[in-house]
Ligand binder design. Sequence first.
Ligand code: FES
Length: 184
Amino acid sequence: MSEEKEQAVDQPAVEAAEPVEPEAGCCCRCGEQSADEPSAPGRRAALAAVVGGVGLVYAAGLAYPVYKYLATAAELSAAEEKQTEISLDGADTMAPGTAMVFKFGGRPTLLIHHPDSTWSAMTAVCTHLGCTVAYQADQNRIHCACHGGVYDPKTGANVSGPPPKPLKTYAVAVAAGKVVVSRA
Ligand code: FES
């Protein structure tokens, strides 16, 4: 073995350089923190705050119509309960076999003067999906054009079709110059 080869064997091996990991927040691999840039956890928190804020606005946008619908239904129901009686001036002159629709407690209501001179009053809101029903004297029935629901014109009973319940009826009192409808 030559002298040169013996020297190479005796010298210590050069250690491999460790890779330098950049520190958080540094824009390059220099390992220094930039004063302008937030750290990675800071950016994540800011992004989460923005996403959370957008989510809140979106949820509020969805919730408002639901709230409005429920509030309106509650107001309508309260108004309905509040009005217990209504006087329909001149309704006493309605001809037999005719009907009129009026608002009672905020809801359309039917007053019917039957061919046999009796009277009845009931809500005109179909119990199926809420369409307004109509009196049909020639067929002696109350009909809902939406899905063909039929009710008895004197009792409000659901006779055929999809309506699940009868129409709510009211008391009728005929006096000179008016007809008074009230909650029974
Ligand atoms: S809404 Fe009246 S029958 Fe469906």
